[in-house]
Design a protein around this ligand. Structure first.
Ligand SMILES: *Cc1c(COP(=O)(O)O)cnc(C)c1O
Length: 428
């Protein structure tokens, strides 16, 4: 039973695996024998359905040439809208409020260009100092192109400990100077899940539009954007959604804003029946499709068709339940098996505040990661001192979580990490 309190033993892992209703999904993925993959929050693995839809898209090109836009198994012209519909349930939205397009950073640019409306004393952007760097770069450059000082006009809520954010402090920063708020759903290092419902309610009470970067939550955590009244959100599809490297991300715009003209316009934002009128001014789609810019990256989208099918079949509630079970067990094992080796858990222990991964801090983290990797375990490293471990509900077993912690213990007992330099690789 998943509700059983996590007990840090091998027998517990074996019981959980036997009772795992998602166990069958593991076979759908390309897992390397002898390797435990714990990096699905950086790049999810390839599945057989994703491979199939990718090959089908290539076949359609081979078979139909230009007519692939409207013919074949996955006609390209409405593919972004179709995928938006497949993702809508993951974020608690209607199909027409979600479009699959762009990268997370490009979507952030689009959404800020659309919803940042400085007026009177309200000119500043509110974010946080733990935000993903690309988001901060995008916000700074959006301020600069509007003629504002990128540093002075970007208010970043401070973290008291470098790991977590305090919702009260964020709400306190929602002052009369703030024109727009952009926050992460799940922090990419510590895995803290912010209370998006509460933050949205407070922002709306003050009349400030609020949007979330959901790169680390979509596919791992359920969302209820419509019910919460979130203004907009964006995310990538190559992490917990397993869409593949370079797969386009998603973008959500609340229904009350549909019809708002896109800040960055392009012909793929047209009403679909008007796009090929080739008019000299844009007639935007009445859906989130309006915020597309140029031609969709069809071949990069194609694996997502199969990948999203798996997530949909498993169901996001079941994925969340198992994901929490895995990370709870992992933290219990760390507490018991790695005590005395200088590790600190850098993630929230409360289920309601934790996303899909666990951050493990250690002064020697960079080289402990290298030692883990060389022993067939794939974590990732975030400078200066964090090992991130992401057991994926669709393809990680409890037994693998046990195994990784045993390998970690062996590395520490034998001090095997000392054979490696304590520095990060180019891609960490
Ligand atoms: C992975 C990630 C991104 C990546 O943005 P891209 O534009 O897809 O490169 C952005 N924000 C967060 C929080 C992320 O975790």
């Amino acid at each position: 039973m998943f509700d059983e309190a996590a007990e840090p033993t091998l027998a517990y892992a074996e019981r959980q695996d036997r009772a795992d209703g998602l166990a069958r999904f593991r076979e759908a993925f390309y897992l390397k024998p002898g390797t435990v993959y714990m990096d699905g929050n950086s790049l999810g693995l390839l599945s057989k359905p994703a491979e199939r839809t990718f090959l089908e898209a290539l076949e359609d090109w081979k078979e139909y040439g230009i007519d692939g836009w409207t013919r074949g198994r996955h006609p390209w012209f409405a593919l972004s809208e179709r995928l938006g519909g497949m993702m809508a349930g993951l974020v608690g939205a209607d199909a027409d409020e979600v479009i699959v397009t762009g990268s997370a950073t490009v979507n952030l640019h689009q959404l800020v260009a659309t919803f940042y409306r400085p007026h009177g004393a309200r000119t500043k952007l509110l974010a946080d100092e733990l935000n993903f760097p690309s988001d901060l770069y995008a916000l700074q450059s959006q301020l600069a192109v509007r003629g504002f000082d990128p540093d002075g006009s970007l208010v970043c809520v401070k973290s008291p400990d470098g790991r977590f954010l305090d919702e009260d402090a964020i709400i306190e920063a929602m002052t009369e100077e703030i024109a727009l708020i952009v926050l992460p759903s799940v922090l990419y290092r510590s895995g803290q899940l912010l209370d998006m419902e509460r933050l949205t309610a407070d922002a709306r009470r003050r009349g400030i539009p609020i949007g979330f970067d959901c790169c680390h939550s979509v596919g791992a955590v359920p969302h209820a954007f419509d019910a919460w009244g979130v203004d907009f959100a964006f995310w990538c599809s190559y992490k917990h959604l397993n869409g593949g490297p370079g797969c386009p991300g998603g973008l959500y715009v609340n229904r009350r804003h549909l019809g708002t003209r896109p800040g960055l316009a392009g012909w793929f934002g047209s009403r679909k029946d008007r796009q090929f009128d080739m008019a000299s001014s844009l007639t935007p789609a009445e859906s989130a499709g309006a915020y597309q810019i140029g031609t969709p990256h069809v071949l990069s989208l194609a694996p997502l068709i199969g990948a999203l099918g798996l997530v949909g079949e498993a169901g996001i509630e079941a994925i969340r339940r198992k994901s929490l079970g895995l990370t709870r067990y992992l933290m219990g094992l760390i507490g018991q098996e790695l005590a005395g080796f200088g590790f600190r858990i850098g993630s929230p222990v409360e289920d309601a505040r934790r996303g899909g991964h666990v951050g493990l801090e250690h002064d020697e983290a960079a080289r402990i990661c290298k030692a883990l990797k060389e022993r067939g375990n794939v974590p990732d490293f975030r400078a200066p001192n964090m090992i991130r471990l992401a057991p994926a509900a669709l393809y990680t077993s409890y037994r693998e979580v046990w195994d990784v912690v045993q390998v970690l213990r062996d590395i520490m007992e034998k001090q095997a990490f000392k054979a490696y330099p304590n520095e990060r690789d180019i891609v960490a």
